[in-house]
Ligand binder design. Structure first.
Ligand code: GTS
Length: 226
């Protein structure tokens, strides 16, 4: 049996970006290889010098490998996890699949997830005054409008195909799920006419990796050795 990697994920379990990596871990069935370390966003623990030394961007999630290499950015972490064992299942096997999945995942970030995030940090109280040292409400509200346009865009895509990047589930679906989770947290519902997007999201929430993402970090599930 292949040696399991020693992996540590620093995250905040309910966060939409951490959800992306938790879902990828579930899809790849790597739960038993991962130790989760909570970093409290609401207390600003992701902005301390100690954490910034690990991740310059001061964001979660962050992956630490056994040799103390740190990999930030959900896309990079997902690509790492997908390449670990056997065939990639989330980031594409052929050059065409890889290109399409990366493009659609990036669009899901730009047009929805990141836009909702900016809305949260600028157009709402965000993480509170101690953490949000600069806010620009107008910019936040513009990003909220961008997110709504993004929902319409992905609705049009999902009218034509079952998954965000084509005929199979991929990292692009995970990124859009992150966007929809964040939209739910900030009470930004999809416009009622986005029925294909809503149907896809209901379908996604039935996947075990999505359903169980919050419970994969129970201490009992962390192996002592394997
Ligand atoms: N581009 C980064 C990625 O893809 O990993 C963005 C990560 C990100 O923004 N993470 C959020 C964060 O650290 C976590 S959460 O909002 O989803 O819980 N936010 C805190 C901040 O101050 O930006």
């Amino acid at each position: 049996m292949a040696q399991r990697p020693e992996l540590t994920v620093y995250d905040w379990p309910t966060g939409p970006y951490p959800a992306r990596v938790r879902i990828a871990i579930g899809e790849k069935n790597l739960q038993a290889s991962v130790r989760f370390v909570p970093v409290n966003l609401w207390k600003g623990e992701h902005k301390t010098p100690h954490f910034l030394a690990k991740n310059y961007s001061g964001t979660l999630p962050l992956l630490e490998l056994g040799d103390r290499t740190f990999i930030g950015e959900c896309t990079a972490i997902t690509e790492y996890l997908d390449a670990l064992e056997g065939a990639p299942t989330l980031t594409g096997a052929t050059p065409r699949e890889k290109g399409l999945i990366h493009m659609m995942s990036k669009r899901a970030e730009l047009e929805l997830l990141d836009a909702v995030s900016v809305y949260f940090h600028h157009g709402t109280p965000g993480l509170g005054p101690a953490v949000e040292i600069y806010q620009n409400a107008e910019w936040g509200l513009r990003q909220r409008d961008k997110a709504i346009r993004g929902m319409h865009y992905f609705d049009s895509i999902l009218r034509k195909q079952p998954f965000v990047a084509g005929q199979t589930f991929s990292m692009a679906d995970i990124t859009l799920i992150g966007g929809m989770i964040f939209a739910g947290l900030v009470e930004l519902p999809a416009p009622t006419e986005c029925t294909a997007l809503e149907a896809w999201y209901a379908h996604m929430q039935e996947r075990p990796s999505v359903k169980n993402r919050l419970t994969i970090s129970r201490p009992a599930e962390i192996p002592s050795s394997s």
